[in-house]
Ligand binder design. Structure first.
Ligand SMILES: C[S@@+](CC[C@H](N)C(=O)[O-])C[C@H]1O[C@@H](n2cnc3c(N)ncnc32)[C@H](O)[C@@H]1O
Length: 327
C-alpha cells in the first residue's frame, strides 16, 4: 500500500493497514477498509451528512437492470478517467471522495492510477467492490467520512468530487479537508458533461419527456407530502465555498466522447419508485410505496400504459473541471 493513510486511532502515518505505532489494525469488511465507524447518515448536531446506505444500487439503475451484459460501461466517467490518466500520467494518486458505486473510481483504476474510493456508505462501496471484482491492485475501497479523512496532509495528487458535496451541511469543513490532503500542486476535479445540439425532432421529444417527468414527479411528491413527508436537504452553498477556496476552474474536454441518452424517464422513475433520492432518506418505505402506486396509476391514465418508455433525448460530451487551491 502507499503510505498516505493515517491511523484512525493515533493519527500516525501508516505503512500497512496495521499501525506500527499503536498496533491498531484497520478492519476490513467485504474488502472495504473501515477507516471510520460513524453512522451512515447524520441528521442532527454538527457536521451532518446524507450517506447512501438506504439507496445502494438503486442510485444507478443501469447497474441493476440495464447493461447487465456490459457492466464495463461507465460513459462520461470512463471518458473522464481516461482524460485524467492521459493528462497526468499513471503515477498519481487519486481520491474519489463520495465514490459511491465506484463509477468514477473503476475507470481511474483501470487506467492504472492509485485510486482511493472513499465513501461513508458500506452498502454503496460493496457494489464498487463487486464491479471491480478483484482486478485492481491499486484500488483501495475505504469507508471514510469526508469531514475527517484518514489521509495525511499533502498526500494526494487529485481529489475527484462528483455529486457528493451537496450531501453535507457544512461544506466548509469538507473543503478544508480536501485542501489539507491535496498536494500543493494538486487539483480538485469535478466531472461534467456538456450538451450537444439535438435535431428538431429530438428536441421536441425531449421537451415532452421533461414535461411528463415533472408532472409525474409533482404528483408523487404531492402524495408524499399528504402522508407527512418532510424532505431532507442541505441548502449548503457548496459552490460558493469552492469558489472562495479554489482558483476559477478550467475545463478539459474529452474530445472523442459523445453519448446520446434516451432513457431519462425510465431512469428517473425507477429511482422514484425505489425512493433512491437524497431527500427521501428519512421517509418510511411505506410512504414511498403508496406515493409511487398512486403516481403510476395517474401516469398510466394520463400518458398510457406504456408511458415508462417515453423517450427523452440528450446528447452530451464529457469534460473535467479542474480547480487549484488559491494561494
Ligand atoms: C450522489 S452519490 C455520488 C456517487 C458517485 N460520486 C457518482 O457520481 O456516481 C453521493 C455519495 O456520497 C456519499 N457521502 C455522503 N456523505 C458523505 C460523507 N460525509 N463522507 C463520505 N461520503 C459521503 C454517499 O454515501 C454517496 O455514495
Amino acid at each position: 500500500m502507499n503510505s498516505m493513510f493515517i491511523c484512525p486511532k493515533c493519527k500516525n502515518r501508516l505503512n500497512s493497514f496495521k499501525c506500527t505505532v499503536c498496533g491498531y489494525e484497520v478492519p476490513r469488511i467485504n474488502f472495504i477498509y473501515q477507516f471510520c465507524s460513524d453512522a451512515p447518515v447524520k441528521f442532527d448536531g454538527e457536521n451532518q451528512y446524507i450517506g447512501y446506505d438506504g439507496i445502494g444500487e438503486d442510485f444507478e439503475p443501469a447497474v441493476t437492470y440495464w447493461d447487465t451484459n456490459n457492466t464495463e460501461r461507465y460513459g462520461v466517467y470512463e471518458a473522464c478517467g481516461d482524460l485524467i490518466a492521459e493528462k497526468f500520467g499513471k503515477g498519481i494518486t487519486v481520491l474519489d471522495l463520495g465514490a459511491g458505486l465506484g463509477t468514477a473510481s473503476i475507470p481511474l483504476a483501470k487506467n492504472g492510477l492509485y485510486t482511493i474510493a472513499a465513501d461513508i456508505s458500506n452498502v454503496m462501496l460493496s457494489t464498487a467492490v463487486k464491479r471491480a471484482n478483484g482486478r485492481f491492485d491499486k484500488l483501495i475501497c475505504a469507508r471514510m467520512n469526508a469531514y475527517e479523512l484518514m489521509l495525511a496532509d499533502n498526500s494526494v495528487d487529485i481529489v475527484v468530487e462528483n455529486a457528493m458535496i451537496h450531501l453535507v451541511d457544512n461544506p466548509e469543513d469538507v473543503i478544508r479537508e480536501i485542501k489539507r490532503v491535496l498536494k500543493h500542486d494538486g487539483y480538485l476535479i469535478r466531472y461534467g458533461s456538456y450538451a450537444q445540439p439535438l435535431n428538431k425532432e429530438e428536441t421536441e421529444k425531449n421537451t415532452y419527456c421533461n414535461a411528463v417527468l415533472s408532472d409525474i414527479s409533482d404528483f408523487y411528491y404531492q402524495k408524499l407530502t399528504q402522508q407527512g413527508y418532510k424532505g431532507v436537504w442541505f441548502d449548503n452553498h457548496a459552490n460558493d465555498y469552492i469558489e472562495k477556496n479554489f482558483e476559477q476552474p478550467y475545463n478539459e474536454v474529452a474530445e472523442s466522447f459523445s453519448e446520446i441518452f434516451t432513457e431519462k424517464l425510465k431512469f428517473r422513475l425507477y429511482r422514484m419508485r425505489k425512493g433512491a433520492h437524497s431527500d427521501l432518506q428519512n421517509t418510511p418505505k411505506e410512504f414511498i410505496a403508496k406515493a409511487w402506486e398512486a403516481a403510476d396509476c395517474y401516469a398510466k391514465e394520463k400518458y398510457g400504459e406504456d408511458y415508462i418508455n417515453i423517450e427523452g433525448f440528450s446528447r452530451y460530451g464529457a469534460a473535467i473541471d479542474l480547480y487549484k487551491v488559491k494561494e
